[in-house]
Each structure stands twice: as structure tokens, then as C-alpha cells.
Design a protein around this ligand. Sequence first.
Ligand code: GLV
Ligand code: MN
Ligand code: MN
Length: 451
Amino acid sequence: MGVHWCAMKRRAMKRCGMKSAFFSFLTLFCVAAAAQMPSAGSSNDLRVNAQRINDHLRALSKFGANPQGGVSRVAYSDADLLGRSYVVTLLKDAGLEVRVDAAGNIIGSRAGKDPQLKPLLIGSHIDSVPMGGNYDGDVGSLSAIEVAQVLKEKQITLRHPLEVIVFQNEEGGTIGSRALGEGLDEKRLNLVSQSGKTIREGTRVIGGNPDQLAVVKRQTGSIAGYFELHIEQGGTLEREKIDIGVVEGIVGILHSDVTIEGFANHAGTTPMDQRRDALLSAARFIEKVNQIVTSIPGRQVGTVGWIKVEPSAYNVIPGKVVLGLELRDLDEKKFVGLYDQIRTEAESLGKLNQTRFSFTDPVITHPALTAKSFQKLIDDSAKSRGFSTKVMPSGAGHDAQEIARIGPVGMIFVPSIGGISHSPKEFSRPQDIENGANVLLQTVLAFDARD
Ligand code: GLV
Ligand code: MN
Ligand code: MN
């Protein structure tokens, strides 16, 4: 409370140069409040080492660096393996006991004072999308490691056991975190990931064992909680000049591969009214997805993000198209309803030029709400450092939504410049990263002191 008001005073002074009598009152108020704050040298004074986080970010960005300045470090690639080895060294430097679980997650553990207490988890991921940036996942993973490093340097032992987790293959469907929560079924293990390997094959490549996944799955109620720091990946915080986002919920995501079969034929000799053009149906379908998703109010989004055309030549009418459909919303019923509507429409579209649509079973990542008590801890920690905050939903998927199945979760967002993410142009300012990491540190300490 005291720190919050003092910081507000500083900001108020900067902004509007208020009357000195009011300053005197606030100064007195702050001094009085400070008297009730933990004394110097207490956990409230702890800070992360921002230089170290940024050095680590820069070092990690070398693995899979692309010419555009970002990274292509898709899960199970050589770059991913190198990045993972690098973070293992950081986890060890931070005094953590490091292991790779059967799902391929990297886990650094630290004992707590009270062995009866359930572990507190913090972390994120370091795999990227193809042609991704240097901040998505990396900021949260390296800041979580920094929290452990600070605890080691200050010789602080939490009451709770602490686990710093770098989850595998977040971008391929929150795979590592899902192994702890819902579990990975055969269907999921057989999915082909961006590297070209199946999840099963990839999990072996990174040192996991897909035959032993049962030991990775955790019981609901077996963790004290999970906190994840992440870049916002949208433009709200920057636009509204807010320091810290307090995430209220994370969208659910539905993926389905759509195949459209037509008939490949000569593009010069087949009259326009006798074509079974799969790509023409795909074009109509993409337009229809957009219409259906925007036909109702709300924040739901729908995307066709990739497309493959066969045989893909100037002079051949496309005989087959496969494309990727994605739908997202905080309300699962809503996006499943949209998906059903899209399938029905696809059938009518196919009839227009005698093409046939088929859909793979949808792969769903469930939406999740963060715990209200965790939102408050994050908000209080941010405000105690003088940061402005905003409670907001996450339109991106995160490991936190899988962990929400086994315990309470909280997420901290920092601004993404220009709202750009999943792009080499992704950028978050060092100061914002430092702020977010300090909020993570303070939140962990506050949680540990509370529960
Ligand atoms: C993960 O970054 C996602 O939202 O797809
Ligand atoms: Mn991410
Ligand atoms: Mn991402």
C-alpha cells in the first residue's frame, strides 16, 4: 500500500506538477506508510538483474536465428535442441536440480522449507513458430530462471518447493504442459509437428520417452499454483500505456485440417462450366469462414493460416487442396458452434462446383480462466512497484491454460511493441521485460508468504 501510493505520487508529480501542499500531505502519508512496510533488506527490495535477462535473451536468440532478425526454432529442430541445452546450463547456474521428464519438459527444482507443501511452478517455453521472434516464450522462461537465480544469490529458501519448467513444443499445441494436465493421447502423439516429426518422434529426440507419459501427468490439486510471464502479443498495453497486463483468461483453440477434392484437368481445354476446381472452392470457403466468424458479436477469431494445392502448376486445374482452419474464443461452446456452422456451409459450397469437403476431427485446446486470487497477487505486486495494470484476456494460447487443469494459474503480460508477434519483428522493450520479471519475482514471494 505504502509503496503503491508513493509511486503514484511520483507519477502524479511527473504528469501534472500538482500543488506543493498536496505533495507535503502525500510525503507525510508515504513516510507513515513506509513505517509499516517490511524493512530494508526484506523481500520487497529484491530486484531481478535486468542486464542478465537481456544477455540471456540475446544468447538464446542465436539458436535458430533467421536473417530477418528473429528465430525459427520449431520444436524438435536442431536449433531447439541447442536452445534447450543452453537453458539447461542457465537452470544449473541458478542452483536448480535439472531433469528432463518423460514428456521432454526441462524441469529445474529447488527444495522448499516445508516439504509438506505442494510445489509452486513458474516457466514458459522456448520453441518458436517458423519465422518467429525472440520474445514469445523466451521472456517468460528466462525470467523464471532469473527468479531462481535471485533466490540463490540472496540465499532465500521459499516455503514451497519451486519448479522452473521450460515446456516443450508450446507452439505445436501446448504439448509439454498438456502432458502434465490433460495428458497426451495417441491422436496427439501422432500429429506431425512443424519439424516434420510426429510429437512422439520429437519427444524422443529431445530426451523424453513417450511410453512413460503416465508418470508425467499430475493429479488435480497436486500443485500449489503456476505463474507465467509472457509478452502480450497484441497491442493493447502499448496503446493504452499500461505497464502490466493481468490475464483473466486464455482462449481455447480449435484446429482442423480441411481437404477439398476436385478433379485435376487441363487448364486450357476444360471449359469454365465443366471444372471441379478445388482451389476455387477453397477460396469460397476462406471467405465464408470470415463471414461466419464475424456474423456474431464478440472477440472470437477464425483463420485459415496455411494451404497446400495439388498439383500446383499454371496449366492444371487444382485437383486437391488441404488447408488449416483455426478458431479461438474464451467460450468453447461458441467456437465449436461456429465450427459446426462452417462445416454445414462447406457442404453447400462444394456442391457449386462438384468438389468434396472433408474435415479431420478437431483438435481442441480448452480455454482456461486464471485464479482470481492470483490475479490479485499479480495486481498488488505490480502496483507495489508503481506499475499501472489492466485485467485482460489472452488471445494467444499458453502453457498456463493446460496447467490450469491441475491447479490455480496466473499470468503476467508485458507490452509487445506494435502488437506484433509470431514474426521476426516481435519486440518488447528491455524496461518492460525488467518490470515483468520483477512482478513475477514479487508475486512468487507474495504467494509463498501467503499460502
Ligand atoms: C501460441 O502462441 C498460439 O497462440 O498459437
Ligand atoms: Mn508463447
Ligand atoms: Mn507463440
